[in-house]
Design a protein around this ligand. Structure first.
Ligand code: XLS
Ligand code: NI
Ligand code: NI
Length: 434
């Protein structure tokens, strides 16, 4: 058994007046928000890779953390890491977690040995999950760290890497299915390119489309009931990534006939890298019925990197959940903290404080979003702004043609009168709730 978190008591809801730094002030899992338990709206997940596999390195320096399960190249220590992980899930009371294959098992000398290690840990997870109220939000394959993936996985110019990627995803889908995973995620970290001088982009996109179709075929073959998700990101590690943002992914999914099969896992930090707000990405996906799940980790607005920080800005988070609630919620998805500690945050308590604080920020955001929806002010303003379109006259315009509209305008029958967009009024309105 692990002793890593032994000194830390379970984090519990103590209400807004509590000054206990390791208590929830807003996250009360059983509180009913818009007819549903808060926990069932938010569906929090811990990301195994950042919480337990990240060692505190950055491009300028090596590991700063010293954990009893390092180095991560041995099965006994992989089990210890799992013990610690489940101890943290218990302390936080989170309903879900997520992993990549590479986070949870040591890499073997061969594919078969890596698979044996992986399956042993999946069995170990299965035993631990049996006695607990914790599920797998999603599994995924790390097809970006090992050198074999340096030129991509399904988009690699070498067909043997495509085959290795297919084999890898098969094993990760099997494991996700086995643990009752709610979703399966594909993030294409190296599905992109560094220079067009050596890249046949059209061919690579076709291969990626074929690969994703294989994933969907396999999902149906094994009877996996979860949702297949792709995760947009514009760059990093690739200079140009094919799954740039929500709109790009939606175009890609439609081109390869996958729009009814695959949804999006959207990440706040990736939205920022793409020059969008997070609510923009949520709204784009929602408009197409493709909102799947979220990675609720922000970037530093100044650094231009994917810094994967825990959320701390309530107004931003509130607008995110406002658009999620408007879209009907997260379905099989959830709120995954794809977030890591800063490399100076060395202590076991730091991991708990980071997650507990992030859960509280999300709970505050959700409650503010629900209050905004219940108030209805924003919806009314939106309806009023477009009210002109509810008239038969406007509907006739939509079904008209350029020439007929030209004749009406020329005859002076149409004379637009600009109206205020009232942005500041609406911003003030939002500030009443956050
Ligand atoms: C990296 C991605 C990654 C995915 C899972 O930027 O966010 O962590 O969520 O592969
Ligand atoms: Ni990311
Ligand atoms: Ni992510």
């Amino acid at each position: 058994m692990s002793r890593f978190f032994d000194a830390i008591a379970p984090v519990r809801y103590e209400g807004p007046d509590s000054s206990n730094p390791l208590a929830f002030r807003h996250y009360d899992p059983d509180e009913i928000v818009l007819g549903k338990r808060m926990a069932d709206h938010l569906r929090f997940a811990v990301a195994y890779w950042h919480a337990f596999a990240y060692e505190g390195g950055d491009p300028f320096g090596g590991p700063t953390f010293q954990r009893p399960w390092y180095p991560q190249d041995d099965m006994a220590r992989a089990r210890l890491k799992a013990d610690v992980a489940f101890q943290m899930f218990d302390i936080l009371g989170v309903p879900y977690f997520c992993w990549h294959d590479a986070d949870i098992r040591p890499e073997g000398a061969t594919f078969a040995e890596s698979l044996r290690n992986f399956e042993a840990i999946i069995d170990y997870f299965g035993d631990k999950m049996a006695g607990r109220d914790i599920g797998l939000l999603w599994g995924t394959a790390n097809m970006f760290s090992h050198r074999r993936w340096m030129a991509g996985a399904s988009t690699n110019p070498d067909p043997d890497v495509f085959a290795w990627a297919a084999a890898t995803v098969k094993t990760c889908m099997d494991a996700t299915h086995r643990l009752g995973g709610q979703n399966y995620v594909l993030w294409g970290g190296r599905e992109g390119y560094e220079t067009l001088l050596n890249t046949d982009m059209a061919r690579e996109l076709d291969h990626m489309g074929r690969f994703l179709n294989m994933v969907v075929e396999y999902k149906h073959k094994i009877g996996f009931a979860g949702t297949i998700l792709v995760e947009p990101k514009p760059q990093e590690p690739s200079k140009h990534q094919y799954d740039y943002d929500a709109a790009t992914c939606i175009g890609f999914l439609r081109k390869y006939g996958l729009e009814g099969e695959v949804k999006l896992n959207l990440e706040q930090g990736h939205a920022i890298l793409a020059g969008h707000s997070f609510e923009h990405e949520i709204a784009v996906a929602a408009a197409e019925g493709m909102l799947g799940s979220i990675d609720m980790n922000r970037n530093d607005y100044q650094s231009g990197w994917d810094t994967d920080q825990f959320p701390s800005n309530v107004p931003e988070v509130a607008l995110t959940y406002y658009h999620i609630l408007r879209a009907g919620g997260l379905g099989t998805g959830g709120t995954n903290f794809d977030a890591r500690l800063r490399r100076q945050s060395l202590d076991a308590e730091d991991l708990i404080a980071a997650h507990a604080g992030a859960m509280d920020v999300c709970a505050r955001g959700l409650k503010a979003a629900a209050a905004m929806l219940a108030d209805g002010g924003l919806e009314t303003a939106l309806r009023d702004r477009y009210a002109g379109w509810d008239t038969p006259r406007a509907q006739r315009m939509l079904n008209s043609d350029l020439d007929a509209l030209f004749q009406q305008v020329l005859a002076g029958e149409i004379d637009p009168q600009p109206r205020s967009g009232r942005q500041e009024w609406l911003e003030n309105h939002v500030n009443r709730f956050v």
